[in-house]
Design a protein around this ligand. Structure first.
Ligand code: KE4
Length: 420
């Protein structure tokens, strides 16, 4: 496989960009080798600057549910571009996107658009604290909610990949009010509520975790979480940045039938452009400025290009509910490639092959995976033209652009890589 152009660009990038990448998970640190520089994408494929072609299971880390360069999204972008790129004033498109979100997720009665998932979770936490008048936050080990200071505690994803527990630069006092509890463990959760009773502002959770690899909630776990938060007057925040419009049109909250108080969104709702959102109960969201006193703002929030791409995505998904059944079937077929001794977790079109013979239900069990073997598997797949997330602790994504033939080819490559 030719890689001279990627290598040359990476050498240049290393001099002027920290680690040569603009987000740590893009580096191939934990799997060995250097990242491929991508020139273009089309449907289920990406092509690197050396002309290599890959079937893509990263999908820009989740947003590209319809694959690369979907014609309806491109058309919406072209239309928006002809009117101007940014106004810093309200537009009709923003009202349309907000309506589409509220319609798909009935727990969201009011929503504010931002530019990233990080902004969404940061803002949701602020509103939750203001609304409850409490300071403490519960999160779960291995759940990642963006690089928000107070949430970078046992935060999975890139930190897990790099073997970092926490990060320097966050004052201890910012984390004093954050408790990181094991995922899928109700006893510990109940214990925390018994100790801190009326001091917990919010519980924030990835209802299906993607950031320690794909880890689903155990049966009854989310229901119990909903119940205990309600009993203690604590807000339940579903971080659906990854799962929103992916595991179902209405996200994990639709799939598992839970109504959170607040929801954070990103990825799919931007159709591949930078959009995030947070929303929920009207009485809570009415606290956000200028309706209420909680300040949160953004120069490019609701940007017409980004919003038009997101709106085209959501409209397509609503008009084509069969997308989700197709994703389910194809992803399940792909997951059958896992041999004995490899645990495969899947929810809808999110999946991870864990090099771990035991069930993976939380961060402790995820961390027991054999990351060296994962690295060898990753490299074999890459050589075979299959682009997976370069980490054992990230979920892979199937898109609607992946055909049965793509899935078969990938499964064949996986069987070969597993046996090697
Ligand atoms: P962004 O700020 O990266 O848009 O979103 C943060 C975020 C929040 N919540 C969840 C559940 C997320 O998965 C993310 C971002 N996920 C990572 C993938 N592990 C994005 C890729 C990256 O960091 O470059």
């Amino acid at each position: 496989m030719k890689s001279s152009r990627s290598e040359e660009l990476f050498r240049r990038a290393l001099e002027i960009v920290p680690g040569g990448v603009n987000s740590p998970v893009r580096a191939f640190r934990s799997v060995g080798g250097n990242p491929k520089f991508i020139a273009r994408g089309e449907g289920s494929r990406i092509f690197d600057v050396d002309g290599n072609e890959y079937i893509d299971y990263v999908g820009s880390w989740g947003p590209l549910l319809l694959g690369h360069r979907h014609p309806e999204i491109l058309a919406a972008l072209e239309r928006a571009l002809s009117f101007g790129t940014s106004f810093g004033a309200p537009t009709e498109l923003e009202v349309e996107l907000a309506s589409a979100i509220c319609e798909a997720m009935p727990s969201i009665e009011m929503v504010r658009l931002v530019n990233s998932g990080t902004e969404a979770t940061m803002s949701a936490i602020r509103v939750a604290r203001a609304f409850t008048g409490r300071e403490r936050i519960i999160k779960f080990e291995g759940c990642y909610h963006g690089h928000v200071d107070s949430l970078l505690v046992q935060a999975g994803s890139g930190l897990a990949t790099l073997g970092l527990a926490d990060t320097p630069g966050v004052p201890q006092s910012f984390c004093d009010t954050t408790m990181a509890l094991p995922y899928n463990d109700l006893d510990v959760l109940e214990g925390a509520f018994r100790t801190y009773t009326d001091r917990i502002a919010a519980v924030i959770i990835e209802p299906v975790v993607g950031n320690m690899g794909c880890v689903p909630p155990l049966p009854g776990y989310l229901e119990a979480l909903r119940d205990i938060t309600q009993r203690y007057g604590t807000l339940l925040i579903f971080d659906e940045v990854m799962t929103g419009f992916r595991v179902a049109l209405g996200g994990a909250q639709e799939r598992y039938g839970i109504r959170p108080d607040l929801t954070t969104l990103g990825k799919v709702i931007g159709g591949g452009l930078p959009v995030g959102a947070y929303g929920g109960r009207k009485d809570i969201m009415s606290k956000v400025a200028p309706a209420g006193p909680v300040y949160q703002a953004g120069t490019l929030s609701g940007n017409p290009l980004a919003v038009s791409a997101g709106l085209a995505m959501l409209r397509h998904l609503k008009a084509h509910p069969e997308t989700y059944t197709q994703l389910e079937t194809r992803t399940a077929a792909l997951c059958e490639a896992a041999p004995q001794g490899v645990t495969v977790n899947r929810v809808g079109s999110m999946f991870t092959f864990f090099f771990n013979p035991h069930p993976v239900t939380d961060y402790e069990s995820a961390k027991k995976s054999d990351t060296a073997r994962f690295g060898r598997f990753f490299r074999a797949m890459l050589e075979g033209g299959i682009y997976l997330p370069p980490s054992q602790f990230e979920s892979a994504f199937v898109s609607a652009a992946h055909t049965d033939a793509d899935i078969e080819r990938t499964a064949a490559a996986a069987r070969e890589a597993f046996s090697a």
